[in-house]
Design a protein around this ligand. Structure first.
Ligand SMILES: Cc1cc2nc3c(=O)[nH]c(=O)nc-3n(C[C@H](O)[C@H](O)[C@H](O)COP(=O)(O)OP(=O)(O)OC[C@H]3O[C@@H](n4cnc5c(N)ncnc54)[C@H](O)[C@@H]3O)c2cc1C
Length: 384
């Protein structure tokens, strides 16, 4: 970053000086828990870093923008580093050192290396869900079924405390089944449409706040390799919103066939381009033809991709990501209230704990731990 040419000398100096300028003494006594991501990084590194690093990064990973996203909800770890160390850079180095020390463990103990980076599966992400499906067995899963009603009849031993009614594609009428506990992973906007009852009385969900969802369009395009004049190496490009003044309208493009060569024949490049997000909600809803024009124009400017794409696929996600904005605390409080007031009900997924597949999985694992403790405390043998 320091040797690159997209930041001015002033911004580079500000990054280098951050550990020296940000000591604990500089921190305000009362921290502003409503602070936006943009304001936080602007305080530490200046405007240019926000415009050219933070803005494209948050748009590409959360669909959001630095002004709308709340620092405490979007980047709790960095928020915490500032509270502990003052400097974000110094804090990150310190925590890396201490986590390395922890991982070393006693002499002779086996070292587990946690590698970070992008990964997928041969055949795409569907491979993961297919594998889970195979492991659990199709009889245990009710695929393509829609949960309609959940009734809690809390019993001392928890056995069959929950009655779940769902619509199945194979049945004319809805089906009811009993369960000892429920882990809900549907988006909160869908949970709101489900009927909850507790001991026969309606359990109203009117305390669930509206979640602001970010819309996004995804365009998958392919170009013959010889038609791409400047095929950059790497995982892709992210476009700062400021670059709209230079005609660029997309959020970013993943070089999918470069990261995962099984995704396309050898003679073509396959690109996955993101459009819309909170920076341009209207554009996310544009037609396939309009988006094809926009993507072709951006890829021409960025990579020298000439002519029409050979293949185009468009997917519109009206609720791609929940926006972790300043009101997101009220969403988490409402989830907490459901979990407290409905024994044996647990919530997991990307509305809680982070916006990525990895974080959704770890939130599911933590919900599973809660279920096990709940059932153990009620002396029910958790089933394998
Ligand atoms: C375009 C796009 C690109 C992304 N790229 C990446 C990436 O590269 N890397 C990454 O880590 N993350 C990525 N993400 C984020 C990732 O997809 C999400 O974080 C993850 O899918 C969240 O998982 P989840 O289980 O919480 O929610 P979801 O995947 O939204 O699953 C919720 C499920 O609940 C179901 N449901 C809703 N209502 C009911 C009901 N009444 N009954 C039964 N089921 C119901 C829905 O059908 C849905 O299947 C991307 C997201 C989008 C939109």
């Amino acid at each position: 970053m320091i040797s690159s040419n997209f930041l001015s000398v002033g911004s580079k100096l500000q990054i280098l000086m951050e550990p020296f300028l940000w000591t604990n003494k500089k921190l305000p006594k009362e921290s502003d828990t409503n602070e936006s991501v943009g304001h936080f990084f602007q305080r530490h590194f200046g405007n240019e870093v926000v415009e050219y690093l933070i803005d494209p990064f948050v748009a590409g990973t959360t669909g959001g923008d630095p002004k709308s996203l709340s620092m405490t909800h979007a980047f709790p770890e960095l928020w915490d580093l500032e509270k502990r160390f003052g400097s974000v850079i110094f804090g990150a180095i310190q925590s890396k050192i201490s986590s390395n020390k922890k991982n070393q463990g006693p002499i002779g103990a086996s070292k587990i290396k946690h590698q970070r980076g992008s990964f997928s599966f041969i055949g795409g992400m569907q491979t993961l869900t297919d594998a889970l499906c195979k492991e659990l067995g199709e009889d245990e899963l009710k695929l393509s079924s829609k949960v309609l009603e959940l009734s809690s009849h809390h019993k001392e031993n928890c056995l069959g405390s929950w009655l779940v009614s769902y619509a199945s594609p194979h049945r004319k009428h809805s089906v009811k089944e009993s369960f000892d506990a429920v882990v809900m992973t549907a988006p909160l906007s869908d949970v709101k449409t489900m009927n909850f009852t507790q001991k026969g009385a309606p359990f109203l969900l009117n305390f669930l706040p509206e979640v602001d969802y970010v819309p996004l369009s995804i365009m998958i395009t392919t170009f013959k390799r010889e038609n791409v004049k400047r095929p950059l190496e790497g995982f892709g490009v992210l476009v700062p919103s400021k670059e709209e003044q230079n005609g660029l309208k997309t959020i970013g493009t993943l070089f999918s066939s470069m990261m995962f060569p099984d995704r396309a024949p050898k003679n073509v490049y396959l690109y996955t381009t993101f459009i819309g997000g909170s920076r341009n909600r209207e554009l996310a809803k544009a037609s396939r033809d309009e988006l094809k024009e926009i993507v072709s124009s951006d890829l021409k400017q960025l990579l020298g991709a000439e002519g029409e794409p050979m293949f185009v696929n468009h997917v519109f996600w009206s609720k791609a990501f929940p926006l972790y904005d300043h009101n997101y605390g009220s969403v988490l409080e409402a989830v907490d209230r459901m979990e407290k007031n409905l024994p044996g009900f647990f919530y997991a997924g990307n509305h809680k704990g982070g916006l990525s597949v990895g974080k959704a999985i770890s939130s599911g694992c933590s919900a599973a731990d809660h279920v096990i403790s709940y059932l153990e405390s009620s002396s029910v043998e958790p089933q394998k």
